[in-house]
Ligand binder design. Structure first.
Ligand code: AHG
Ligand code: MN
Ligand code: MN
Length: 336
């Protein structure tokens, strides 16, 4: 197969973007390159998960008391390792680690960014060959460079993110990232081992016909959420119903599909989980940022996700995200 030189790789694209910003230092490009490298390593392991003894539980529970799969730990170590040994990140927070980690060597302490990760999202799907992913969020530190990062650098509201993204290890492997300049997707070209620009300037369609929610929890949802679900099922749904229900159980795949095709994803509060299930800092904030940049909307049912002032690295929130008009319709039911 001839190599198409007109297709930019992730590195070429980020460097091109950097060159157009006066005064840019290239640190964000470097950080994204590091994340891309770790993602390629994780991709290799995900792809051979059925062949080697990496499947199954690691026999431990993560900091939220959930079962941890071996690949969660592998992925966590890859992202942490590549950023610790790189020169573009001063510390990370992760779903798999109780507390944030400070990179306290001279060079890392002088970096201006901190990152947060869900190293493997949807990991309950590993054993059954269903798409899983990685989610990340990047903030500029608020403490002085040259000093160790502190909780204040991590506990910033999502509206201060400078970049956010995700990787899906699926039928193909894709890395999507957003900055305030736009959302772009890069598919892993296995022939050259590089993420290559495949989805330039992603825009979330203003409406769609897909709603994604765990229907098993239906009777635990508030009347407003139940009414909205009924509206999605009705023949006279605003965009021509009934809509189609799609729920993979890997948010990264569910939200990616809805971002491309138009749709809404919901993880409301339920009786067992009154604060919701999904984590603000490394699941909801990054997706809220990406989807908003693409023209969509993300809320916790009452306010914009990106305006929530976080109090803890692992805090949870109800989450509603998707196409602008569908989110507006949902809101009319939630506020009735
Ligand atoms: P993780 O694997 O990182 O713990 O996240 C799983 C999340 C999310 O990806 C998915 O949408 C949701 O959990 C599914 O939860 P339910 O099985 O409760 O619907
Ligand atoms: Mn997750
Ligand atoms: Mn996870």
């Amino acid at each position: 197969m001839a190599i198409n030189r007109r297709v930019l790789t992730l590195d070429e694209f980020t460097i091109q973007q950097m060159r157009s910003i006066p005064g840019a230092t290239g640190e964000l490009s470097g950080l994204l390159r590091d994340i891309g490298l770790a993602a390629k390593r994780v991709n290799v392991e995900v792809n051979k998960a059925g062949l080697v003894d990496i499947l199954g539980d690691a026999g431990t529970t993560n900091v939220q008391g959930e079962e941890v799969k071996k690949l969660d730990i592998f992925a966590n170590n890859q992202f942490m390792g590549v950023l610790r040994h790189g020169i573009n990140c001063a510390g990370i927070g992760s779903e798999e680690m109780d507390d944030f980690v400070i990179f306290d060597d001279e060079i890392s302490m002088n970096s201006k960014y901190v990152c947060m990760f869900d190293p493997l999202d949807g990991s309950a799907n590993i054993d059954v060959n269903v798409s899983i992913g990685t989610i990340f969020s990047v903030f500029k530190r608020v403490t002085e460079r040259g000093t160790p990062v502190t909780a204040a650098d991590f506990l910033q509201p999502g509206n201060r993110q400078v970049a956010a993204g995700y990787v899906i290890y699926g039928s193909s492997t894709i890395l999507v990232y957003a900055t305030k300049r736009g959302v772009n997707g890069f598919t892993l070209d296995q022939s050259i081992g590089e993420f290559s620009l495949s989805h330039p300037d992603i825009q979330c369609p203003p409406t769609g016909k897909i709603y994604s929610v765990n229907h098993g929890h239906f009777f635990q949802y508030t009347p407003g959420v139940q009414d909205y679900i009924h509206a999605c099922q009705a023949k006279n749904a605003s965009n021509g119903g009934p809509y189609t229900q799609r729920y993979i159980g890997s948010m990264v795949s569910d939200v990616h599909r809805n971002l491309i095709k138009g749709g809404i994803f919901m993880y409301p509060a339920i009786k067992d989980k009154p604060g919701g299930k999904l984590r603000l800092m490394y699941e909801c904030n990054p997706f809220a940022y990406i989807v908003e940049i693409a023209g969509g909307v993300a809320t916790d049912g009452t306010q914009r996700i990106l305006d929530i002032q976080p109090t803890g690295l692992h805090q949870r929130t109800p989450f509603y995200v998707g196409s602008k008009l569908m989110m507006e319709e949902l809101n009319s039911y939630l506020t009735k």
